[in-house]
Design a protein around this ligand. Structure first.
Ligand SMILES: Nc1ncnc2c1ncn2[C@@H]1O[C@H](COP(=O)(O)OP(=O)(O)OP(=O)(O)O)[C@@H](O)[C@H]1O
Ligand SMILES: O=C(O)c1ccc[n+]([C@@H]2O[C@H](COP(=O)([O-])O)[C@@H](O)[C@H]2O)c1
Length: 205
């Protein structure tokens, strides 16, 4: 097929869109998130990464309100055409269960090949997630490496999860919040726009 678009393996690329859901509390979003999504997009030949802000995460209570966390995700993803900030979980009432998000994504993109990305830490207790057994049928599960979190996956998911070795960037939202609280700089840990947003709105101080 001369001139046809080719994927990383050199095969002609099919028309099927490859879309990944990257869910997170994003409290706030940082460069570790962006590096992880970019590495996954490159290694999996993705067309789109949807950053889905967990409005009401079932397992933790974020510090900043959902709309503010989402606004920072919008700012952080604006410059990369592969990235999109998604309101899926913000516009849905109740806890932000991944299984519901993946079902909704299947309805929105019936023809697409769907992926769900999380870092190594999130997979450790995935067997305890809401309707966990249904997750592998809804999307290809992808775990990216994260410094400080050795892989340990529940046996059920072992067979269903693809592991991606990505660039180590040992930043966390907790670190960003702690540095702000201590009056320290967060430059090069978050995008400039997010740094500006936080300077203006003062969350986490
Ligand atoms: N530095 C990083 N490298 C790789 N993956 C990451 C990194 N930081 C976060 N992730 C992954 O991104 C997703 C969303 O993470 P989340 O929004 O909870 O950020 P966090 O830094 O882990 O937050 P917190 O410190 O508040 O727990 C999770 O799947 C998490 O594993
Ligand atoms: O669906 C669940 O039961 C569930 C339980 C824990 C975490 N998750 C999702 O996992 C993703 C990463 O979570 P976190 O804590 O790293 O922000 C995020 O999209 C969460 O909504 C989902």
């Amino acid at each position: 097929m001369p001139g046809a678009e080719r994927n990383k393996e050199g095969h002609p690329r099919s028309d099927v869109l490859r879309i990944a859901i990257f869910g997170g509390s994003f409290d706030p979003i940082h460069l570790g998130h962006l590096v992880a999504a970019s590495e996954a997009a490159e290694k999996l030949d993705l067309d789109k990464v949807l950053f889905v802000t967990a409005a009401r995460p079932p397992h933790k209570t974020p510090v900043a309100p959902p709309e503010a966390r989402h606004e920072m995700v919008v700012l952080a993803t604006a410059h990369d055409p592969r990235f999109e900030a998604s309101r899926l979980e913000l516009d849905r009432p109740g806890f932000s269960y991944t299984v519901d998000t993946l079902r909704q994504a299947r309805r929105l993109y019936p023809q697409a090949e769907l992926f769900f990305i999380t870092g190594a830490d999130a997979y450790r207790d995935m067997d305890g997630w809401h309707e966990a057994d249904a997750l592998p049928e809804l999307a290809q599960l992808v775990a990216v490496t994260r410094p400080g979190y050795p892989f340990s996956i529940h046996p059920f998911f072992q067979a269903h999860i693809r592991l991606l070795d990505i660039l180590d960037y040992a930043v966390s939202s907790t670190m960003v919040r702690e540095r702000l609280r201590a009056g320290r700089s967060i430059r090069y840990l978050v995008p400039f726009e997010v740094e500006g947003y936080l300077a203006k709105h003062g969350f986490y101080r």
